[in-house]
Structures are given as structure tokens and as C-alpha cells.
Ligand binder design. Structure first.
Ligand SMILES: [Zn+2]
Length: 286
């Protein structure tokens, strides 16, 4: 059994039909479809080549998740993260839970501090509704690639996520993206590089926060999660064994790099089972 905790419909032209074909190709039983409701002027416009035209301006409005889920209800679970800065975010979330059975609050990818009062309010509501919160973190440093902004930061760093974990002990948080995973190492590269390489050095903030906050988990999806594990496979075995109850398999794309990596290292079957589906079942309350 494999559950992909993090993916998006329609991105990379993945219609629901193509999406299910792709899941079958890689032996993925279920996928959690996350909305990606970043305002039009808060995301990299180069993504528009691989996103459908949307009336809302969001990269992946919740409606796309709904559409795919309604076509393949046995293959998908629903995630939804309305922007906490909007006054109707909490009512919309409650409605989506009650109407469609949304199981997770995500993906939150916004240019705001993740411990601002509006965000804290919605995290507490998520705890009441039984939803974990999945966040994307990126730091501010010039990438040299993007225009019109020099880069696209999100969330205010892993430090803001740590403060949210502290402020909302009843809420489960799931970290994702370069600004989260680069902190696996204590080398400080997280502040300067999205995909740092090299052996993992001790005392990374990600490790410190996992030890300090029992309500924090890790989404290994995308290049960021895979890079953090692949940069030091010996460390990855230790990390995945020690935090076997806190790491979730996910993709965020339509490739198979995470399974290929997990197959390339030596992990006991019971650890793999947790990463591939048991932890997700606990988080999604299946
Ligand atoms: Zn994503």
C-alpha cells in the first residue's frame, strides 16, 4: 500500500485520467490532492506554462481537486488550504470538511509569516476539525532565475513554523520544501541554497524541532525532500529509522525518485510501511 501525501491535479497537464494512469505506473494506491491557492502575485509566473488557465488566478484552486476526486473517489483524498488572511477562510474550510470530507489543510504556500495571528487561528481550528496542516517553506535569497521578483519566499522560515508548533500544540504540522528540508543539516546552508549537498552535519534545526515538538512531521515530497535524504544516505537511514513515525511519502510531481531512493537504502519493512502509508493513515484518520 502506498499513499502519496502531496500532489496536485492539473499541474503538469495532469487531468484526472492521466493522473490515475501515472499512479498505476508507480504502484501508488491513493493520492492526497492538495489545493495550491497562492495569490496570483505571490508565485513564480514561469509556473504558468505548466498550469491550466484558472479563473481564480490560483495555481491549483480547490475546485480542481474536487473535480478529480469526484471522478475517482476511490483513488484520491482531499486537501484544502484557504488563505487565512481572508475573512471567510475558516467558514470555507468548515464547509469543505462537512460537504466533501476534506482530510488535511494544505498546501499552505503564502508570502506571510506562518505564525501570524490569522494563521494561528486557523491552525487551532484545524486541530478542532482533526486536520493536520501542511506547509511550504522557502527562504529569501537571490536565485538569479526569476522575474519580476528575485525569488519567492514563503512562510518566514522554519523558525516561524517552530513558533507555530509551540503556539498550537494540539495541531499537527507537516513541513515541506527547501526551507524545511535544508535544515536537516546544521551547516547553515538552508539560508543560502535551496538544495544543498554534502554530508549532513549535526544539530540541524529540523532535527532539533522534531525532538522539541511532538506535533511536527515531515513530508518527503519534491526535490527538496529527496535531496535532503539523498545527500547523505547513511544519515538518511539513521534519520528515517529514528523518526519512522514522523515521515510521510509524497511526490509533489509525477516522477518516481522517492521510491527509487527508498529502494536504494536498507530499511526494515516495518519502517517502510510507516513511511509509505501507516503514518499517512494516522494523519488522515483513515
Ligand atoms: Zn505542492
Amino acid at each position: 500500500m502506498k499513499i502519496d501525501i502531496h500532489n496536485h491535479p492539473m499541474w503538469y497537464n495532469m487531468t484526472p485520467e492521466r493522473f490515475v494512469e501515472n499512479m498505476d505506473k508507480y504502484g501508488i494506491d491513493k493520492t492526497v490532492l492538495l489545493s495550491w491557492e497562492t495569490p496570483e502575485d505571490e508565485y513564480d509566473t514561469s509556473y504558468r506554462q505548466i498550469l491550466p488557465l484558472s479563473r481564480t488566478g490560483y495555481p491549483v484552486p480547490f475546485e480542481y481537486c474536487l473535480d478529480a476526486w469526484q471522478k475517482y473517489p476511490d483513488r484520491f483524498y482531499l486537501g484544502y488550504a484557504p488563505d487565512p488572511r481572508h475573512e471567510d477562510a475558516i467558514p470555507k474550510l468548515i464547509s469543505a470538511v462537512n460537504t466533501y470530507g476534506v482530510r488535511i489543510y494544505g498546501e499552505m504556500k503564502l508570502r506571510m509569516m506562518f505564525d501570524n495571528p490569522d494563521a494561528i487561528r486557523i491552525y487551532r481550528k484545524c486541530a478542532e476539525l482533526g486536520l493536520a496542516v501542511l506547509v511550504h517553506i522557502d527562504y529569501e535569497f537571490p536565485s538569479g532565475q526569476h522575474s519580476p521578483r528575485p525569488n519567492y519566499w514563503y512562510g518566514g522560515g522554519i523558525e516561524a513554523l517552530g513558533r507555530a508548533c509551540e503556539a498550537c500544540p494540539e495541531t499537527t504540522f507537516i513541513g515541506h520544501a527547501p526551507g524545511f528540508w535544508a535544515h536537516i543539516s546544521g551547516d547553515g546552508k538552508a539560508y543560502k541554497e535551496a538544495y544543498p549537498k554534502g554530508e549532513v552535519e549535526p544539530d540541524g534545526l529540523l532535527i532539533r524541532y522534531l525532538d522539541k515538538y511532538p506535533n511536527l512531521m515531515c513530508d518527503m515530497s519534491a526535490g527538496s525532500g529527496c535531496n535532503a535524504l539523498r545527500r547523505d544516505p547513511d544519515f538518511a537511514v539513521k534519520f528515517l529509522t529514528e523518526y519512522q513515525d514522523r515521515v510521510l511519502y509524497g511526490r509533489d510531481y509525477f516522477d518516481n525518485q522517492h521510491q527509487e531512493f527508498l529502494n536504494s537504502i536498507e530499511l526494515p519493512d516495518e519502517v517502510l510501511e510507516k513511511i509509505y502509508h501507516k503514518n499517512a493513515e494516522r494523519v488522515l484518520k483513515i
